[in-house]
Design a protein around this ligand. Structure first.
Ligand code: GLU
Length: 432
């Protein structure tokens, strides 16, 4: 670990470096700003700035060549005052404790904001999943699940997919957990395949939720979907579904991208052809009838809607001034730095912040968990009807709050989530 900075607090030398990372800094800054406006009790502020529990594990696996490699894994539970903790598992080469802690904090605010009976958590392994064979990926997932076993469970902490993980990985996690317990426990993870207790609508849930809030925004701006254009960064689970569902609503998708770069056509891209092309060629670049562009150029295109749906920290003080979209809808967690946020607000760009915009994923995860517990399953119409109701009412609550308190949509969303958590802490008191 890097050199630890220390500060004196109550005569105790406090090590403050464990969670230090650019993303945790952003999460903390956002929290402090919202806490200040809310005039939050300082005792509670200190408790909420750091996660309640963090587990760091080594995950040794036998590689296909017979050698053993050790990967670093994490599970962080930020706050459990409202119920079991909930949040995805990320497989990415940049995963670190601070990043996972930041993402766990955002899950706390997200679940509270949309009214789910959950606290926030997140987990991950520092690995590039594309470099592993399917068998190595399975051994990694199973060993990681065994290492975090003491922390997870359907009444304790419920993982789900995130960047670099999918339904197959959730199936292995569910199986590994169930093998230890001795019977099938589908409710231990969400985002599973339908046949083992998954739910309809979970794969497209985050994208579907984003589209619901985008359509409400356009309605309020009196712009018809048919007269709007969209630019989407990222073509994973979230980006691809947003592109598909928005184009079905008549929105012209003029640019999309993946990690290698983007494709642009100002007359609009045929999204079903793009999906087929990506499936066949594994990359978007080279798609016929489109111009290749970089991910940086893509963010600066003129469009009605800009949806960053890849990784965090892509809109910064360096490029915020060049953003030309009317609406910024955050599919990814933490795509905008606080500095960039201020610039975008000055430019009057309407921001639908991550904890609201991408909450469709965890909302449908909640439906999956409820169905698993009841062993009674719903159809897709019921899922989408309930998702629409929860996410649009959260959207209007945030909107009204932002107008009433004269704060940005982001501050309003954070303040609503934080306020709920603060109220629950006040009622439950401090143990012992
Ligand atoms: N990983 C998703 C998120 O960041 C979903 C979490 C879940 O479904 O529990 O919201």
């Amino acid at each position: 670990m890097e050199i630890q900075k220390q500060k004196i607090s109550n005569g105790v030398k406090e090590i403050i470096s464990e969670f230090e990372s650019p993303m945790h800094k952003i999460a903390k800054e956002q929290f402090e700003e919202a806490a200040e406006i809310l005039n939050l009790d300082p005792n509670l502020r200190d408790r909420l700035k750091k996660p309640a529990r963090a587990l760091v594990v080594s995950v040794p696996i036998k590689m296909d060549n017979g050698r053993v490699e050790v990967f670093q894994g994490y599970r962080v539970q930020h706050d459990s005052v409202l119920g079991p903790t909930k949040g995805g598992i990320r497989y990415h080469p940049d995963v670190n404790l601070g990043e996972v802690a930041a993402l766990a904090m955002w899950m706390t605010w997200k679940c509270a904001l949309v009214g789910l009976p959950y606290g926030g958590a997140k987990g991950g392994i520092r690995v590039d999943p594309n470099k592993l064979s399917i068998n190595e990926l399975e051994r990694l997932t199973r060993r990681f699940t065994a290492e975090i076993f003491p922390l997870i469970g359907p009444t304790q902490d419920i993982p789900a997919p995130d960047v670099g993980t999918n339904d197959q990985i959730m199936a292995w996690m569910m199986d590994t957990y169930s093998q230890q317990i001795g019977y099938s426990v589908p409710g231990v993870v969400t985002g599973k395949p339908i046949s083992i207790g998954g739910t309809y609508g979970r794969p497209e849930a985050t994208g579907q939720g984003l589209v619901y809030v985008i359509l409400e925004t356009l309605k309020n701006m009196k712009i018809s979907p048919k007269n709007s254009t969209a630019v989407i960064q990222g073509f994973g689970n979230v980006g691809e579904n947003v592109a598909r569902l928005l184009s079905e609503q008549g929105v012209k998708i003029i640019a999309v991208s993946d990690i290698q770069g983007g494709i642009y056509n100002k007359r609009g891209l045929n999204i079903s052809e793009v999906i087929k092309y990506k499936e066949k060629n594994k990359i978007l670049r080279g798609f016929p009838n489109a111009q290749n562009i970089t991910n940086d150029e893509l963010l600066e295109l003129s469009a009605t809607i800009l949806c960053p749906a890849a990784l965090s920290g892509v809109i910064t003080e360096k490029n915020a001034d060049k953003i030309k979209a009317k609406v910024l809808v955050e599919g990814a967690n933490g795509p905008t730095t606080p500095g960039a946020d201020k610039i975008l607000n000055k430019k009057n760009i309407f921001i639908i912040p991550d904890i609201l915009a991408n909450s469709g994923g965890v909302i449908v995860s909640y439906f999956e968990w409820v169905q698993d517990i009841e062993s009674y399953f719903w159809d897709i119409e019921e899922i989408n009807k309930k998702l629409f109701k929860i996410i649009t009412s959260a959207f209007y609550r945030v909107w009204d709050f932002s107008k009433k308190k004269k704060v940005s949509m982001r501050q309003a969303a954070l303040m609503s989530g934080i306020n709920k958590i603060a109220e629950a802490h006040k009622l439950r008191g401090l143990y012992p």
